[in-house]
Each structure stands twice: as structure tokens, then as C-alpha cells.
Design a binder for this molecule. Sequence first.
Ligand code: HEC
Length: 125
Amino acid sequence: MKVEVGWCAIGLRIGMKWGLVGLMKLIASMVFLIFSVTGLSSAWSGEDYQARGWAATCTGCHGTEGRSVGGIPSLAGMDEQWFVDKMLYYRSEHAKATIMHQHSRGYTIEQINRMARYFQRQVRK
Ligand code: HEC
């Protein structure tokens, strides 16, 4: 109860000083601050969840997170530039491939770039 009264008093004092519009601006900026901090923290973690989603379609053949267990090459830890070059090659009309010429054409350059970054970050083990 004491705390609530305290908060009310603070709110009232701010309200009297800055008016209702000022109070609303204060609340809006606090909400904005919270959103920007949470946004930043996901950027700091460096995980591109959308790229991870696209990459999930590759795991059936290339292994979980790109770590192959069979004859198909691993994508985990693959050099970003190598990955992009390979994908662009598969998209070209000269590509000699059994599967990847089809797969690579389903993605935009931006998606390929972001998947390249995602796979490079995965530990090969
Ligand atoms: C149906 C199985 C299959 C799926 C799904 C698949 N691949 Fe492949 N991938 C292959 C095969 C097989 C090769 C070898 C080239 C060929 O014959 O097409 C290959 C080769 C590659 C290579 C070249 C590796 C190297 O070192 O030469 C890259 C890069 C690659 N795939 C990326 C991807 C990405 C990205 C996806 C998802 C968007 C994907 N693949 C989905 C089967 C698959």
C-alpha cells in the first residue's frame, strides 16, 4: 500500500510538472526504451532466426545444423564466401548437380547470404 501511494505521488508530481501530455510522452519513451533494449539483446546474440528457419529445410540431407552424417557434404562451419559461390554456381545454367540446381533457385541472393552466415557460425564438431 505504501509503495502504491509512493508511485501515485511520483506520478502526480510528474503530472503536475509536465502535464498529462508530458506524462504520456514519458511513458511512451519508457516503453520505447524497453523495446529497443530487448531488440538490441537479440542483435547481440547474433542469431538470425529467420535464416535458421530457411536452413532447416537443408538439414534433411546436410544434417542437423548442417552437420552431415552421410555422403552429402556438411554445411556447418563452411566458409561464407564458398557457400555463396557454390549456391550461385548451382543457380547458373552450367551447373552440374543432381539436386542443388533445383534447391538453390528457390532462394533470393539475400536469403543465400544470410544462410551462408548462419552455416558459417555453426560448429562443425
Ligand atoms: C534432397 C537433399 C538435399 C537438400 C534438401 C539440400 N541439399 Fe545441398 N546438396 C545435396 C547434394 C546431393 C549435394 C552435392 C551436389 C549435387 O549433386 O546437387 C549438395 C551440395 C550442396 C552444397 C555444396 C557443398 C560443397 O562443399 O560442395 C551446398 C553449399 C549446399 N548443398 C547447400 C544447401 C542448402 C543451403 C540447402 C537448403 C536450402 C540444401 N543444400 C538442401 C543435397 C541436398
